[in-house]
Write a protein that binds this ligand. Structure first.
Ligand code: SAM
Length: 234
């Protein structure tokens, strides 16, 4: 049986899973990426090119790592972190610097923000968890001002060949084992790699960005082609 939930049940499944793993999520992230995620987050925020006073939305913020990195790089930015799993944000709100971030309960498919209310929107490992990628991108496009930037950090379908085979072995055995050991939840850490294997390729995600109206779409891959950073402009 597939470890992926059917589309209609995905929001509930995803929210329950992140509720369970919230206390250990950040630790597991560092372990699974060998600490590389910290560098990718820096890169995402650099690509958002925030200026003093500009408004940034971190959607699917979880514990707010991207939101915090934004304030580290641009302390005068106005940063909103939004997510539909409250326990993830509760963990983030206990971290240093959390008081400088506005934390908002929000569904990425129906954002509670006015049109053109942000200068930049970023997300980290959100899109493969939503029930409708196109709708999530449309919402991010709607809340951006003209000329505003979107930057997306997400896993991407592993490449073919030897590297791909090794990555799949890592996904099938190593990540669930880490999840069992450090989060007591092998099921969640079977879902996370499975959802990567079945997610869009980087080129497909770029095509979705263009289709919802973004311009100057670009991307680069990281970590043996298993992670991609996309950027574009409204
Ligand atoms: C893998 S975590 C990533 C957290 C954080 N952005 C990071 O980079 O570590 C995915 C987050 O997306 C959130 N999420 C998934 N679907 C969502 C939706 N439809 N609306 C809002 N948040 C969602 C989950 O609750 C979870 O906190």
């Amino acid at each position: 049986m597939s470890v992926l939930p059917p589309a209609h049940d995905k929001p509930r499944y995803v929210r329950d899973m992140f509720t369970r793993i919230a206390p250990r999520y950040d630790l597991l992230n560092r372990l699974m990426t060998g600490g590389q995620d910290v560098r990718w987050r820096r890169e995402v925020i650099r690509l958002a090119r925030l200026e003093p006073g500009q408004r940034l939305l971190d959607i699917g913020a979880g514990t707010g790592d991207l939101a915090r990195e934004a304030l580290r790089q641009q302390p005068a930015a106005r940063v909103v972190a939004a997510d539909f799993t409250l326990p993830m944000m509760q963990v983030g709100r206990r971290r240093a610097g959390a008081a400088s971030i506005a934390w908002v309960a929000a569904d990425a498919l129906r954002l509670p923000f006015a049109d053109a209310s942000f200068d930049a929107v970023v997300s980290g490992f959100l899109l493969r968890n939503v029930a409708d990628v196109r709708q999530a991108l449309q919402e991010q496009h709607r809340v951006l001002r003209p000329g505003g930037r979107i930057v997306i950090l997400e896993t991407t379908r592993p490449p073919r060949g030897l590297v791909g085979a090794l990555v799949r072995l890592h996904f099938r055995w190593v990540i669930p084992a880490l999840g069992r050991l450090f989060a007591g939840d092998a099921q969640a850490y079977r879902y996370l790699p499975a959802s990567s294997v079945h997610f869009l390729t980087a080129a497909q995600l770029a095509a979705h960005l263009a289709a919802v109206g973004f311009r100057r779409v670009g991307y680069r891959k990281r970590m043996l082609g298993t992670v991609a950073i996309h950027w574009a402009e409204k």
